[in-house]
Design a protein. Sequence first.
Length: 335
Amino acid sequence: MGTFSRRAALTAAAGTTAALALGGPAAATETGTLLPTGRQYRVTSGKQTLVVAEVGAELRSWTVDGHAVLAGHPDTGMGDSHMGKILLPWSDRIAGGKYRFDGTDYETPITEHWSGCAIHGLAAFLPWTPVKQGGNRLRLGAVLYPQYGYPFLLEFQTEYVLEKAGLRVTLTATNAGDRPAPFGSGYHPYFKTAPRIEDAKLTVAASTYLINDDNGIPVGRAAVTGTVNDFRTPALIGPAKLDLAYTDLIRTSAESTLAELETPDGHKIQLWADAKHKYLLVYSDDYAEGRPARQAIAIEPVTGPGNSFNSGENLIVLNPGETFRSSWGVRTNSL
């Protein structure tokens, strides 16, 4: 999240995909070539095919009846802008990479140099390995070991399930250490709007958005009423450059639609997220690296706002042995 936070370096390497097809007997095909995205895990159910990468548990591809729902990148490149990545143990930014927790000051590596911030956590480039696989689902796990700036031990699992209505994603995070840990989570899917984002219609069920300073750190909030950021009713994205955190989300049920995207070809997706997700980040992909800009939109369900490690706003504290669980998903009219 953030105008220039998308300026991640791209790495390209030639190679052949190492694939694991799920649904029948597990069979990993190894080529001996290491890929920047690691192994590729494929899940198929009816008209749906999902590909998740080992690195960052990345949502690389989701097709429904041949239609590409997600915007992705080749498995031979690292990708930019945290495309499809999981965001743990925080999403968005920590100002200056510094925070104070439980009476102790910590400093994490700066990963976004224009803002001088640490962005999107520490799990986006971890290897995630299969815990459970078969049929219409894939569960991956990873361990975040204590490190400088974040000396806490966490175990993660994320499960992707292809349901009749679409994709369901569930996260569990357990504090496996001996001290409380600050925590937040999010996901960074990009949805295709090509060929022109301007012609896509967006709906966001939120009444408030956050106001950021020049470094992308929240400094206030404003009502969407009467502003160009009001998408409570479907509206063309047009020339709008969106890079916003929406909150005060309007829920009518446990899995009610929080954001809807409709493209000119008639395809429509609806994103829902449970009540653990208090914010939706929306980014119109204006600063894509190595690919055409504004042909996708990121709609990111997250638990907390930027800089929550300092502000304390919706910061989650995981006590030793405690497990956090959350779910979100996407429905599509292609099913």
